[in-house]
Ligand binder design. Structure first.
Ligand code: NAI
Length: 212
């Protein structure tokens, strides 16, 4: 049973953006913002913001606007950021290492507890607070530490087999960079398929329109 039944996926998809803007305001010591200021900052209409936030009970007050700290914390709760998800990363190549080194997993609730690769030459290499482990150790590791989420940075042909194995080992969510579309195969598992190329193609369209 979803925690917020009836809330459309498009509203949920907008919440991280609210979170990012509010986090930035908090960092700049702004603790209160009118709906008009927030809407112009985010390039949304005030009514869109009201509609989005009303799905969760609404957080604004007439004549006061929004309390940045309270709203940030509520959206964080809705997104489940205050919980902790034990996560592992599979594929410590260029992309995997960049993600492991540069993403602030912990602030988004993801605690990176293991990195795996099949390349024996990489095994033992330190990455942040971890060392890269042999993929052969995956099963034992999962049985011992029960990770809940996996970041897939392996090539497409390897993705399905690894995903099947990980689901069998208890993984409930994938941040999937492998270009293999996992969504269709596993309706009960949370999957975010990430394709940076899609974003680039959207930019391509916009630039070509400008150059027209
Ligand atoms: P890479 O070749 O540097 O790294 C891939 C790593 O995965 C290697 O270290 C390899 O040993 C490991 N690996 C392969 N099969 C494995 C298996 N079965 N178990 C464990 N480890 C395994 O490649 P790179 O640049 O890091 O890219 C990784 C994948 O991500 C590629 O398939 C690429 O197409 C894709 N990619 C996706 C992007 C996106 O936006 N979704 C952006 C960039 C790359």
């Amino acid at each position: 049973m979803p925690r917020y039944e009836g809330v459309s996926p498009s509203v949920i998809r907008r919440l991280p953006r609210y979170y990012r803007f509010l986090e930035d305001l908090q960092r700049r010591d702004v603790h209160r913002i009118s709906s008009r200021e927030l809407s112009s900052l985010m390039n949304l209409t005030a009514s869109q913001i009201r509609q989005d936030l009303n799905c969760f009970g609404g957080f604004g007050q007439q004549g006061y606007g929004y309390n940045v700290d309270a709203l940030l914390s509520e959206i964080g709760n809705i997104l489940g950021l205050s919980r902790e998800y034990r996560s592992i990363l599979i594929g410590a190549g260029n992309l995997g290492l960049a993600i492991a080194k540069h993403m602030s997993f912990e602030s988004k609730g993801f605690n990176l507890i293991g990195i795996f690769d099949k390349n024996k030459e990489l095994v033992g290499t330190p990455v942040r607070h971890l060392v890269i482990s042999d993929i052969n150790r995956l099963e034992n590791f999962c049985k011992t530490f029960s990770p809940q989420a996996a970041i897939l940075c392996i090539p497409k042909p390897a993705a399905q087999e690894i995903a099947d194995k990980l689901i069998h080992l208890g993984i409930k969510g994938f941040w999937n960079f492998s270009h293999y579309d996992l969504t269709m195969d596993y309706p009960d598992i949370a999957v975010e398929n990430v394709h940076l190329g899609d974003s680039l193609m959207t930019l391509c369209y916009q630039v070509s329109e400008i150059l027209e």
